[in-house]
Design a protein around this ligand. Sequence first.
Ligand code: FE2
Length: 384
Amino acid sequence: MSGTFRVAPEIHFGFGISGQTGALVRSLGAQRVLIVTDPGIRAIGMCGQIEQTLTAHDIAFTIYDAVSPNPRDYECLAAAELARETGAEAVVAVGGGSPIDLAKAVAGLATNAGTALDWVAPRTFETSPLPLIAVPTTSGTGSEVTRSAVINDTARQIKVSLRDWTIAPRIAIVDPELTLGLPSLLTAATGMDALTHAIEAYTCRRATPLSDGMALQAMRLIGPNLPIAVADGSNRVAREQMMLGSTIAGMAFSNADVAAVHCIAEALGGRYDTPHGIANSTFLPWIFAHDAPADPQRHADVAVALGVAAEDDEPGYAAEQAARFLVDLGRTIGIPRFRELPGIDEDDFPWIASASVANLSNASNAREMTEADYLSLLETAWNA
Ligand SMILES: [Fe+2]
């Protein structure tokens, strides 16, 4: 048995910890930074809090705030150009997975030629990227501790992945306070993304002994706390547990992989701009049920971690309980059904199936997934 486990070198966690952002940026020796965020985060003033801590430590900053919900290749280029023009010595990402993913690409493109599409995995940056400090504002992607950046290739309408430990955040500042005002549907969608990371990290073929414990712990944290955080966004305990779960799930999947759920979600995000967490939630129960026969015990372990089966339950039965729980959870927290999502056309199902098979993570799925399998699951979800 062997394995390698890597995460962001520094993770600071706790209510109010984002107030130390300026001091932590200073600790890297940076005096001028580029802040990468999105218009929504800026509008609610969250970015202003971070700006204040930078100013208090005499750190000059420029802001790029035009990140889309599914970040685009041309946005990476524009922000990297801004980083170069302003002499940024580090990048500070403030927001959900989209600004953090985009900031990773920017950190790399600021010191390397080309576009984000030139540095898609398995290629890695040749010159050391700028250091990145990530301040997540959702409990979802775990991007603050991972090496991955998912970027929309706008010409081909597909999502591509950069996977490079040199663009993983040097410092992750994980402050549950920043999630207290998150609207319920965003809490639900991002929370289901985090749960999908944990489940796929544990059940996929690239699961490792070093990531398994983290994946299970993330499920234990997210399963009971997600409905509470959605129903009462001001519940500090639920917000704290969700953020811990999301960061821990990020550590797990970044060292194992994601799998078929993400393959479909990324195909939908590239073509229809479907929010990532919503797309994951829509397919998680069906793919979980499809995969269970390939590894009943691992799927039963998920059921136990979610609290819906006992250790001594028959594995097939336990896995069924987990699949049912995932369907009910999505409904309880208000995730729309697949056929309710805007723009989806049944005639596109063959294209979605083909893009899903082409995804780098398809080979990691617990059970082999062919285009025919994806087509069948698309139909199942459509008719659910
Ligand atoms: Fe994800």
